[in-house]
Design a protein around this ligand. Structure first.
Ligand SMILES: [Zn+2]
Ligand SMILES: [Zn+2]
Length: 251
């Protein structure tokens, strides 16, 4: 029997599940969609470039500095939901934030039928034109909209693509704002690859392995740690005692 794997972290999923991503990766998606709007005010503050002398170009003429930082404007401005060809390197940061989150909301909405009744009372079923949010059309509204659809997203084959795009976008934003959530290294080794590389990112309940990408929910990590940490601690104490004894004998 072929075991279904999480499309994001490749952990085995429960048998006969409809899910394509595990609970931990679903929690990771929610955490990213929560953090994204919180980074916006920090990013907006970076729009104004720092002061400095006029830059000299290749022709030797002095140019006035631009009134905005283009790399930040690239992220905050409008754009296409797919990367455009950019042979001259004019764009610096791929898909901007708003088109990316709205693009996913629109993609999800179009997969749902729209059911309505016409003036004759006949039920009309047709593809949905687009998403609607009672919170408005801002990035925070679409992030909240997407958060509500995370359970649906985690049954779809493209969940890994959405997860990866959001992860890359947040990584770009954090590199500019310098605002990175704190992290805690966890004591237990990864249950999949045995590396001591499990970390928790503050604000995200997921415990993720930085070596192999495996994701655990907080409850799964607690259960795993309760199983593996006591024997590991006992082994470490035994090794330390043996080393102390050897050192005493040698002296
Ligand atoms: Zn997963
Ligand atoms: Zn691992």
């Amino acid at each position: 029997m072929i075991t279904a794997l999480c499309s994001v972290c490749h952990r085995a999923l429960d048998d006969d599940t409809d899910l394509t991503a595990c609970d931990a990766c679903a929690a990771g998606l929610r955490a990213m969609l929560t953090e994204l709007p919180r980074q916006l005010p920090l990013l907006a503050q970076l729009l104004r470039p720092g002061g400095g002398p006029a830059q000299r170009g290749g022709t030797g003429r002095a140019h006035s500095p631009l009134p905005v930082r283009l790399d930040v404007l690239d992220l905050l401005g409008p754009g296409q939901v797919v990367p455009l060809e950019d042979p001259h390197g004019d764009q610096s940061d791929g898909i901007p934030i708003a088109p990316l989150v709205y693009g996913w909301a629109r993609y999800i909405a179009q997969q749902h039928p729209s059911v309505s009744r016409d003036r004759h009372g006949t039920i009309q079923i047709r593809p949905c034109d687009g998403p609607a949010s009672h919170r408005g059309n801002g990035i925070a509204a679409w992030c909240a909209w997407l958060t509500a659809y995370v359970p649906y997203v985690c049954t779809q084959p493209w969940v890994a693509a959405m997860h990866e795009q959001l992860e890359q976008l947040l990584s770009q934003i954090r590199s500019k704002t310098g605002s990175r959530p704190g992290r805690t290294d966890r004591d237990a080794p990864c249950p999949e690859c045995a590396c001591f590389a499990l970390v928790s990112i503050h604000g995200d309940p997921t415990v993720r392995c930085e070596a192999c990408g495996t994701a655990l929910t907080a409850a799964e990590y607690a259960e795993h740690a309760a199983t593996v940490l006591p024997p590991l601690t006992a082994l470490a104490v035994r090794i330390a005692l043996q080393q102390a004894e050897s050192a005493g004998t040698a002296a």
